[in-house]
Write a protein that binds this ligand. Structure first.
Ligand SMILES: C[S@@+](CC[C@H](N)C(=O)[O-])C[C@H]1O[C@@H](n2cnc3c(N)ncnc32)[C@H](O)[C@@H]1O
Length: 200
C-alpha cells in the first residue's frame, strides 16, 4: 500500500486550486507526487535537498527556497516535520505564496505516538513497530503554531496513519474507530490552510 493512496491524491486535488495552478511541493522525495500533479495539468516545482534530476525539481530546503514568482499553492506530504526550523519554514511558505494561496498538508503527529498508541499497536499485533528515535522530529503542535501565525486553518482531519505505515489496510477501520472514541490520539493529520496577508 503506497502512502500516496487514491484517497490522499483526491484530498490534495480537492483542496488545490484547479490546474494549471502553479504549485510547489515541499519535500518532494522521489518526485512521485510532483510528477503526478504535473500530469494532471498543474505547473509544478518539487523541492527537496534530495530532489531528483529534472526541469521541475530543485535541490533546496524550504527555508532557503527563493523562487522568482510566488506560487498559487503548496503541498507537502510527510515533510514539514523534518524541517530544521518550523518558524523559518512557515515564514518561507508565507513569502513564497500569493495572497489567499492554499497550503495542503499530510502530516505526522509524533507527540501522539504515546502510551495509548503503543497499547493499541500491541493489541493489534504490531508491538514495537514505531519504537524509533524521533528526537529530531518536529511535533505537529509546534508546526501548527508556526503556521497559525501566517495562515488561516480551513481543514484539520485525522487519518489512519498507523495502518497505512504498517501496510495493514485491515487496521484502518479500527484506527479510525479508536480516534473517534478518543482511545487513540491521531498520529496522522491532513491540514489545509489559506495564506493571510498580515502575519498575526
Ligand atoms: C518522509 S520524506 C517524504 C517524501 C515525500 N513527500 C513522500 O511522501 O514520499 C521527507 C522528505 O522531506 C525532505 N526534507 C527534509 N527537510 C526538508 C526541508 N527543510 N525542506 C524541504 N524538504 C525537506 C527530505 O529530504 C525527504 O525527502
Amino acid at each position: 500500500m503506497s502512502h500516496l493512496t487514491a484517497d490522499l491524491l483526491a484530498f490534495i486535488e480537492r483542496w488545490l486550486p484547479p490546474p494549471p495552478a502553479r504549485v510547489v511541493e515541499v519535500g518532494c522525495g522521489d518526485g512521485s507526487l510532483t510528477l503526478h500533479l504535473l500530469s494532471a495539468g498543474f505547473e509544478m516545482v518539487g523541492i527537496d535537498p534530495h530532489a531528483p534530476e529534472g526541469d521541475c525539481f530543485q535541490r533546496t530546503t524550504i527555508e532557503d527556497f527563493r523562487p522568482t514568482e510566488p506560487f498559487d499553492a503548496a503541498v507537502a506530504v510527510g515533510s514539514l516535520h523534518h524541517v530544521a526550523d518550523p518558524e523559518r519554514a512557515a515564514a518561507s511558505l508565507h513569502s513564497n505564496l500569493r495572497s489567499g494561496a492554499r497550503l495542503v498538508l499530510s502530516e505526522f503527529a509524533v507527540e501522539h505516538l504515546d502510551e495509548g498508541a503503543r497499547r493499541w499497536l500491541a493489541e493489534h499485533g504490531a508491538r514495537g513497530q514505531f519504537d524509533h528515535d524521533y528526537s529530531d522530529v518536529i511535533p505537529l503542535a509546534a508546526l501548527e503554531r508556526a503556521l497559525a501565525a501566517r495562515f488561516a486553518l480551513l481543514v484539520r482531519e485525522p487519518t489512519a496513519y498507523l495502518a497505512l505505515e504498517l501496510g495493514r489496510e485491515d487496521l484502518a477501520r479500527p484506527e479510525r474507530a479508536g480516534i473517534a472514541e478518543g482511545t487513540l490520539r491521531p498520529v496522522g493529520m491532513r491540514l489545509v490552510y489559506e495564506r493571510i496577508d498580515t502575519p498575526r
